[in-house]
Design a protein around this ligand. Sequence first.
Ligand code: NAD
Length: 494
Amino acid sequence: MTAINWHERAAALAADGRAFIDGWRVDARSGQRFDSTSPVDGRKLAEVARCDAQDVDLAVAAARRAFEDRRWAGKAPAERKRVLIRFAELMLAHREELALLETLDMGKPIRYSLSVDVQLAQNCIRWYGEATDKIYDQVAPSPEDSLALITREPVGVVAAIIPWNYPMLMAAWKIGPALAAGNSLVLKPSEKAPLSSLRLAELALEAGVPPGVFNVLPGYGDEAGKALALHMDVDCIAFTGSTRVGKQILQMAGQSNLKRAWTELGGKSANIVCADCPDLDAAVASAVGSIYFNQGESCNAPSRLFVEESIREAFLEKALRLVPRHAPGDPLDEQTVMGAIVDQIQMKTVLGYIEDGKAAGARLLAGGGAARQDSGGLYIEPTLFDGVDASMRIAREEIFGPVLSVLSFTDLDEAVRQANSTPYGLAAAVWTRDMSKAIRTARALRAGTVHVNQYDNDDITVPFGGYKQSGNGRDKSLHAFDKYTELKTTWIQV
Ligand code: NAD
């Protein structure tokens, strides 16, 4: 097999930034556009339609027409299944193109765009496609003179607003269950990484998803996003992004038509390593690998590491040997494991947190600065702070960058208390060979996902979402259908 020359492919790429409404590529009604610039090297990728309330009206009307005439919802589940599986197959057939769009748009290494993002996204669409004709409704235990049916129906027009850190995968987590359940969808990708979502809409149409059923509106949050959240004819809004904006989404849902509102928000996940951890090398590799994966731009990144004091030195020594392996490189080189930071704003935020950690008295043991500055792109060294106190901002706030804060503990109950003393509750982990201790700790940790003796296992079969201000509802698994369906009771007199 010949190696792919990703630089040549990138140079030849002609990305289309126009919106996708009712089966057509269109400019924003206002004619306004904004530039999509790559954090890899600063190159301009495309001019993107700057959609606003006018375009939202058009896309929602198209989605509503498609829903009302039942061109998708009325299809037999086996037919929706066939189309969604074909969509997943087309994603695989176009995997190199999709991976390149993702890497150039938001900076992640091409090896992961291919092996993680495209792979998981197509699997998600396929999995929900396959589920379509395998879910049964219920008959209630009603008296003999009646028959009570409990059925699930699509909610109608779903709006999805997603972030930039896993653009294609976050899109797939919404598209899969929303379309499998028979809804119409208007997707607003992040203004920082809209290109893969737009391409997905074309592939869905090619696979047989009827026009109007899946629309994509690129644009800014306070324009297209806000218009969707306030729209009176959107039945459900599924939001993934920051806790700050998630709160606004819930307010806008209440302020408009009480659309069902689901939020998947930020995190500050705790990773607790006890002295009796079964495999210290595995714990170190996982702690380091998971925080620097995706440049630290993961909602569930284990950014707070609690290490039992008696193994702290040994842990840090091993960790510091691994950190340089995560140094950022050219995202278009298949050997690179850490890529570029999405944009200048995020770069400034992350570097600001690093300065804040230093000023607060945390010990900077690795990294701490910008890297690859001659590349024209945006890169930050993998950074590790020891001696972090729970009161410091780097221990409390979501940094969303390659920064690990190490705190130590002598009493596990106190570590759990500190782990829980955050507004977030997305993920957590505990490492110990004592299974009773592991189960007690897992039960005590207030998070949507708790890992025991690993951090990386994940699968479409399990729900993903947060406690507390990490959001409500769950993406992935059959539980995601709860977001995109209404439960109907039908009483029949016999
Ligand atoms: P963000 O909240 O700034 O933006 C998310 C989306 O909301 C974007 O499409 C943006 O344009 C839109 N938006 C912004 N303001 C809006 C408004 N006023 N009205 C409507 N829409 C608006 O978040 P981000 O920086 O894109 O993403 C990073 C955040 O996402 C982090 O906090 C991360 O933890 C979180 N995240 C959570 C999950 C999860 O499943 N829990 C997954 C990925 C990312």
